[in-house]
Design a protein around this ligand. Structure first.
Ligand code: ZN
Length: 197
């Protein structure tokens, strides 16, 4: 059973196992969050577990103990959003500039775009976010190994390092099913995972 972990500002930051989630709550480092955003410490949650008749994620049962498995917990002392740097890859560069030529602004498909060193490599230009932009073939040819101003060109779109991604998007790539109870906490994130019924 996966449990969604929020930071103390209720921003979704990761997914964890129910074992770790219950351990965090029992150590008072996290609280259970219900659908109405109410929070419960371990004792409250244990008590509530005895009276709720149905729990979507099931229960942990021992001979003299039964506790509902939470679907969402919130950390009490962690308010950061882990950030991940956007990797400097051809795909990320194309996406960063919206598949547009940074010189003429034309939007093109990836097979009609090139990467261009603003300061040519032959003149010591670096291969990084500040010096590499997308360019159409025509602009690329026109610029050649000159500086933009030498070629009488100007960058319509200025080079920039992309802002960091919230680290939570890593789960998009893992085979995790998004529970309906998680949805309200992750609406601000782009999802393309099928909802669990
Ligand atoms: Zn162009």
């Amino acid at each position: 059973m996966d449990v969604l972990v929020l930071n103390s500002n209720f921003f979704a930051i990761q997914i964890t196992s129910w074992r770790r989630a219950l351990r965090l709550v029992s150590l008072d480092r996290a609280q259970v969050v219900d659908e109405e955003y109410r929070t419960y410490n371990f004792d409250d949650w244990c008590e509530l577990s005895q009276v709720i008749s149905e729990n979507a994620s099931g229960y942990v049962k021992t001979p003299n103990f039964s506790i509902a498995i939470p679907e969402v917990i919130a950390l009490k002392f962690y308010d950061k959003v882990p950030m991940k740097e956007v990797k400097f890859t051809r795909r990320n560069i194309y996406e960063h500039y919206g598949y547009k030529c940074c010189y003429c602004g034309k939007k093109l498909t990836s097979d009609k775009l090139n990467l261009d060193h603003i300061i040519p490599r032959s003149r010591g230009g670096k291969t990084d976010w500040k010096n590499v932009v997308t360019s159409c073939f025509a602009c690329n040819l026109k610029k050649g190994s000159k500086l933009p101003r030498e070629a009488g060109m100007e960058l319509l779109i200025k080079p920039a390092r992309p802002s960091m991604n919230p680290g939570f998007n890593i789960i998009l790539k893992s085979p995790v099913k998004v529970k309906t109870s998680w949805q309200k906490f992750i609406d601000n994130i782009y999802w393309n995972i099928e909802l669990e019924g």
